[in-house]
Design a binder for this molecule. Sequence first.
Ligand code: ADP
Length: 445
Amino acid sequence: MFSKILVANRGEIALRVIRACRELGIQTVAVYSVADRDASYISLADESVCIGPAEAAESYLNIPRIISAAEITNVEAIYPGYGFLAENSHFAEVCRDCKIEFIGPSPEAMRLLGDKVEARKLAIKAKVPVVPGSEDALETEDAAASYAAEIGYPVILKAAAGGGGRGMRIAHNEMSLRVAFHSAQNEARSAFGNADVFIEKYLEMARHVEVQILADKAGNVVHLWERDCSLQRRHQKLIEESPSPSIDDKVREELTKAAIRVIKAAKYVNAGTVEFLLDKNNKFYFGEVNTRIQVEHPVTEMVTGTDLVQWQLRIASGEQLKLRQKDIKRQGVAIECRINAEDPYNNFSPSPGPIKEFIAPGGLGVRLDTHAHAGYVISPYYDSMIGKLIVHKPTRVEAIACMKRALQEFKIGPVKSTIPICLEILSHPQYVKGNVDTGFIERTW
Ligand code: ADP
């Protein structure tokens, strides 16, 4: 096992990793931007290094500065978390060149799976169904229009290099497609540095179900069941749960098997997630692979009793998976609500600033992963997620009741948060029935 690693991230995921390392006896180096100088979780790391100003490009996204920090502090490995450099294959390559272990998959696997067009081809090769869509990126508006006419509207335009719900446009007819094509290309170019855009059939009333995978360097691959992430706003997840309330064991088995086939075909190592979309008839289609830890990993940890971040560290250090598929059991139901500093009643606009009141929920079955507290100042420079509230109970009915009372206990002010909208969603009869799709929040609120 490593003796010292650097955590190339911030906020709740940095704290999550520091916790995992402390339990494993691994020393940690935290890096921080000037905006995060006073964040209290930094003092839990053994060492810390300021890597630059608040702008992410000058700090958390700045590869030379992070590598310098790693070299000065003499770490053996770097943990990327999610966001920032977590899916940057060039960064993984630089780590390799500098003989620092990148705690994640190989740069080759990341590059392959990070391109949605290439990932689709790989899924087809692994005999996993994909949403009908263009085989390659579409270069012109006319090519896009004629392809869309072939598969039929509605269609969704997606950036090949996309992520985080950005760069997607839905078109219901040729006119809107032609307009959307250019804005999708422009957004893709400015957000991801790659203007490639492709088209998929837009699945209406779709559900998002994803499979958690662990794969070691010896080629052992296991799944840790699924998470249902259908509750999204603007294609970004808000509430996740495991198991999925909307699939049966037959679909579950097919999904998990398909996920393992994709992971094996990519020669993937470390923790990863294979995302699927399901249509009204529970027919499933490959979406993409996230080559990192997911925000929503705690729901899987709760139902399987497995520390996924510790496994990432173990796998990267060369340890083989001791978990056998037949021993990975699920117990009960876990639900996660993302607590974002946003105003849900004003189009989820960010609500940064100082937190004056912060009363955390607790009690049996409640887990709170957050770096925030009273006196913490939410920076406008970064993602608005300030924490994740997770509950674990024997049944879904009990889990919903537990989450509702935990959300009611949770007081954050004066910044606005997603707590009230999460409470409304959890009380909605459609949610209680487990009958929601990715458009539910936008249609209902
Ligand atoms: P990102 O990498 O930006 O997260 P994904 O490809 O994972 O993008 O898609 C994110 C979300 O967008 C999905 O969970 C789903 O809600 C929606 N989406 C993507 N593709 C389709 C599709 N073909 N039909 C319907 N919804 C889609």
